[in-house]
Ligand binder design. Structure first.
Ligand code: NCD
Length: 346
């Protein structure tokens, strides 16, 4: 794909060579995220960061990624505080905000809304999550993490992955499945309550691409013999009422003892976060916090690299980044040392 000037709306736009190109640029961003160097390649550029749904890491990491390239961030975070609450259409909002920005990252609760918005935008738009539909930058950072954790240097092959939880409404697993389907011989184990299973069209797409898919509501079985286990939160905001979400909360949990009993040693543990740490849910227990295979915070760190690469490519400066490099003058030493154990950890 020609990245420059292109909206990034869906994983369907990517071919495997585009992913390789993106990952190669992401690798080059590491000195900047580690604060070994800084770059001003996007000095003067403005990111319109529009988040019409709750977000912590996606919103902040898009913003930080843009800042780390030297650009400025303008943020709108609350649908009630924006003119959309006065009845403004996505078309009008897009016309306006794209006049103020060089690029836009947008999250919205309605499937297809970011694509609709992009049609009226005069600058590239990156989908940061459109309802239950897609979350392409998350899938890219997830695959990047899988490769790093499993020390795979090229395209993944023969990967065994279990996806667990709310596979019906979880946009991260939708995008990640579509992304993995570009590769060869992936074995998917899809663990969910029957009512929250992966949409049929995505399963069909995986099968048509020659992958194997096992669907089950038995977590213990599903955890066996994987390279990676990818847990998800029950997407309570997508249910008609909370009582319905309560039925499923806490049904599938991973903790130290379940991991030791049922997972192959060194199975990589992933979660897009936020994990629901309330006692009634707790799909990924704190007792795994010190486990070396827990990749969740390496996933979030990798998100900045991937988003920097997406900005650099869509704004056509991927080869200019190093030319605008400077020294870092402030104290940075401690940030990248191993984190001390969290209070209450085993
Ligand atoms: C996810 C999302 O918003 O889809 N979070 C994220 O972006 N990292 C997952 C979730 O909210 O459960």
């Amino acid at each position: 794909m020609q990245f420059t000037g292109t909206h990034i709306l869906s994983i369907g736009q990517f071919e495997s060579q585009d992913v390789e190109r993106l990952f190669e640029v992401a690798d080059r961003m590491e000195p900047y995220t580690k604060r070994e160097k800084r770059t001003r390649v996007l000095d003067g550029a403005i990111l319109g960061n529009l988040f019409f749904e709750p977000s912590t890491r996606t919103r902040v990491s898009f913003g930080c990624a843009f800042n780390l390239l030297g650009g400025h961030v303008r943020e709108t975070t609350d649908i009630k505080a924006s003119a959309i609450s006065k009845g403004e259409s996505l078309y009008d909002t897009a016309r306006v905000i794209s006049g103020y920005s060089d690029i836009i990252a947008m999250r919205h609760p309605v499937a297809g809304s970011v694509e609709e918005f992009s049609r009226a935008s005069r600058v590239p738009v990156i989908n940061a999550g459109d309802g239950p539909s897609e979350h392409p930058s998350q899938a890219l950072l997830d695959l990047y993490t899988i490769r790093k954790e499993l020390k795979i240097t090229g395209p993944v092959e023969n990967l065994r992955i279990a996806m667990v939880g709310d596979l019906k409404y979880g946009r991260t697993v939708h995008s990640l499945s579509k992304l993995l389907s570009l590769y060869r011989n992936i074995h998917f184990t899809l663990v969910s309550p029957k009512e929250l299973s992966m949409p049929g069209e995505i399963v069909d797409q995986l099968l048509a691409a020659g992958h194997t898919v096992c669907q089950t509501d038995n977590m213990q079985q599903g955890l066996q013999n994987n390279d990676t286990v990818y847990l998800t939160r029950i997407q309570e905001e997508r249910f008609a009422n909370q009582q319905e979400a309560d039925i499923y909360r806490g049904r599938f949990r991973l903790n130290q003892s379940i991991y030791t009993q049922h997972c192959k040693p060194n199975t990589v543990i992933m979660h897009p976060l936020p994990r629901d740490s309330r006692a009634e849910a707790n799909e990924l227990d704190n007792d795994l916090n010190q486990h070396p295979s827990l990749a969740i915070f390496r996933q979030t760190d990798n998100g900045v690299l991937i988003r920097m690469a997406l900005f650099a490519l869509t704004l056509g400066v991927a080869e200019e980044v190093e030319k605008h490099t400077e020294e870092v003058h402030w104290y940075t030493d401690k940030r990248f040392r191993k984190l001390p154990p969290m209070t209450g950890d085993q």
